[in-house]
Design a protein around this ligand. Structure first.
Ligand SMILES: [Zn+2]
Ligand SMILES: [Zn+2]
Length: 306
């Protein structure tokens, strides 16, 4: 066993049985990748936001979670609650997309609409996260929605909420990101009394802000990851808010949200341009990680292309 600086290299066992090869076209770096990289070498190749081409030429985005299909939650149709999913995530526990090729379960290779460039489809994963959060929070046409947090998931949430017909406002803290949000249809004039506030920042401050700006009886959708525990304040109870955390993506009204995200990405061609600020070759992946973590470089989404 050796270490190449990014992961520990186990003896090559060959591709898992029944899997299909994806020749990777694009692989996005996510905040959670930075957290995992900071924890030290990983057993698996990182990269859970990736797209590529199957051997038969089909362009796909990779749904990075292998749902077991057999547990009670999978059988109930709530695959995002699969009891066995954490042990089966490409880029987390299984080799992911920061590579020339990846081997994935055929059910995870989601075909792209004809008008979506495969190079953009690394954004399907964060967009599916956003869509699932919106669906969980019950966002529909005409609602007043506030997105807190101007990172990639926050900006994907703006785009997906607009696609669902909501009036979307965005509160962020970095000028180039809020400009991207405005380009995607958000207003940055913050009001109060929102039907739904989506916390895509994942901090105590953003949760307090969501509680403050939601209307009585409103809903807080939780998309950001609370890496530290948070507390709910008195206002949360007095407004009788509903808290709806979301994790990854599943089905909504029978549709696979990950597949719906491919269609939204095709319908919002500005999204890739607004979000992807940096491109790197795979050989420069270490530099890509450095830039992704560098506030001075002001990255939104950093993408690696083999
Ligand atoms: Zn991610
Ligand atoms: Zn399951």
């Amino acid at each position: 066993m050796t270490t190449d600086g990014i992961r520990l290299v186990a003896p090559d066992a060959g591709p898992p049985e029944g899997s299909v090869r994806v020749t990777v076209a694009s692989s996005g770096i996510c905040g959670s990748d930075l957290h995992m990289a900071a924890m030290g070498p990983s057993w698996a190749i990182l990269g859970h936001e990736f797209s590529g081409t199957l051997d038969d030429g089909t362009p796909v985005a990779v749904l990075p979670v292998v749902h077991c299909g057999a547990c009670d939650r999978c059988l109930a149709g709530e695959v995002q609650q699969c009891r066995n999913a954490l042990g089966a995530m490409y880029g987390v526990s299984l080799d992911g997309g920061l590579a020339d090729e990846a081997w994935v379960d055929p059910a995870c290779a989601v075909p792209l609409p004809a008008d979506l460039p495969v190079d953009h489809a690394n954004l399907v994963e964060p967009l599916a996260v956003a869509l699932h959060g919106l669906n969980r929070a019950g966002v529909v046409d005409g609602m007043r929605v506030l997105v807190l947090g101007d990172g990639p998931v926050g900006l994907c949430t703006v785009a997906a909420a607009g696609h669902l017909g909501a009036q979307v406002d965005l509160e962020g803290h970095r000028a180039n990101r809020t400009a991207a949000g405005e380009r995607l249809g958000a207003s940055t004039g913050i009001r109060t009394d929102y039907d739904v506030v989506l916390d895509a920042a994942g901090t105590q401050g953003s949760l307090d802000r969501a509680t403050e700006l939601a209307r009585p009886g409103g809903t807080l959708g939780i998309l950001g990851t609370y890496w530290s525990p948070v507390a709910l304040g008195l206002g949360f109870q007095m407004k009788e808010l509903t808290l709806l955390p979301s994790f990854t993506y599943g089905h909504h009204h029978g549709d696979l949200e990950f597949a719906e995200a491919t269609r939204i990405l095709a319908a919002v061609p500005d999204l890739a341009d607004a979000l992807v600020t940096h491109h790197f070759a795979l050989d420069d992946a270490a530099e890509a990680f450095r830039v992704a973590a560098d506030r001075d470089a002001d990255p939104i989404k950093v993408v690696v292309h083999p």
